[in-house]
Write a new protein. Sequence first.
Length: 161
Amino acid sequence: MNQAFAQAAPRQMHTGDTGYALLLEAASAPLHARLGDGVSLQVERLDRLGNWAFVLGTMRAAGGGRVDYQGTPFAEAAAQGGMSDVYVALLRREPDADGANQAAAAAPAAAAARDQAGDGDDDAGFPAGSWTVLDYAIGPGDVVWLDWPQEHAAPRALFGF
């Protein structure tokens, strides 16, 4: 099989897995920044493929109910029925000081090919480095992440399509 077209399956992460809490904290940062710490995320999917992670979940208010958007930048859209309970985020591990990550930064096409193939640190455990949210959506009315693989050169398999 031509390695340029190989795609690995993402690894589903679950509560208690090494790195799960770290990824969830990073993925939830934009949500908390926009809606406050009283909003939590009920994770439906937290998948990782190499240096990429995708989070899909349902936003919940402190008591477990629906989020009250009153007093937020989303109040008008929510009042018109334009907000869902969905939250999604795309994350990428940022290069750190080690040689492999410097090589990836210097040769992005080769690094992208390794990401698409799922090559990387999955067998070695959870990779070191910092995770950055590249894109997110709070309460989208449609599947806004359909374009993320092309926009961010992210592996399509990460999104389940």
